[in-house]
Ligand binder design. Structure first.
Ligand SMILES: [Zn+2]
Length: 196
């Protein structure tokens, strides 16, 4: 078993071979982990929350569901989930978002840049934007179709386990957003374990 600590406001990338299992653990609770995945040899194929919603015919993912690529191929299967509420709707936070939504003029740390930096370790080119599987993110669609980001439902030690369905490069950002309720206005650490 390999394990990695991703401190709040930082990221990490690693290779995940087909059949390997990655466990993503929220150490302190209420922490969103932005998760992206690329085909190991073809960076044009990547985890796609829109294709996943289309394939699942749902905005939510549950145990035994798969996460799909933009080519509608299964990339990962959700094996275990102690929270049951994650996000397939929201893009990675980025400087322009902090300006628009929070009126922050100075660029803040953000998942877009954190993921790019992590993926540069494998020479994955920076996309125009990241559309992650936002683990532990509690996004609600209200009856009037308003989208509300509420505080994550995860408690210390809560986790998800995902099994790779193809050879992947993955990256995770411990979302640095302290402006919204999503992370409980505080960014904290994520732990990752990989099993063969
Ligand atoms: Zn973020």
């Amino acid at each position: 078993m390999e394990e990695y600590l991703i401190e709040g406001k930082t990221g990490y990338s690693l290779k995940l071979s087909k059949g390997q299992i990655i466990k993503v653990i929220d150490l302190e609770g209420q922490q969103i982990a932005d998760f992206v995945a690329y085909h190991e040899k073809n960076y044009e194929e990547r985890l796609d929350p829109v294709a996943t919603r289309d394939a699942l015919q749902s905005t939510d993912i549950k145990v035994n569901d798969k996460l799909y690529s933009n080519l509608y191929r299964p990339m990962l299967t959700l094996l275990k989930d102690t929270v049951g509420k994650h996000d397939l709707l929201s893009p990675a936070c980025r400087p322009e978002m902090y300006k628009l939504l929070y009126n922050k003029e100075k660029p803040l740390e953000n998942c877009y840049c954190i993921l790019n930096k992590a993926l540069s370790h494998y020479n994955v080119p920076a996309p125009s934007q990241h559309y992650p599987f936002n683990i532990f993110m509690n996004t609600i669609i209200e009856k009037n179709n308003q989208i509300e980001i509420r505080t994550s439902l995860s408690s210390p030690g809560d986790y998800v386990e995902l099994c790779a369905e193809m050879d992947l490069i993955i990256a995770i950002s411990a979302c640095p957003n302290e402006e919204s309720a999503g992370n409980g206005y505080h960014s904290s650490s994520i732990k990752v374990e990989v099993y063969s």
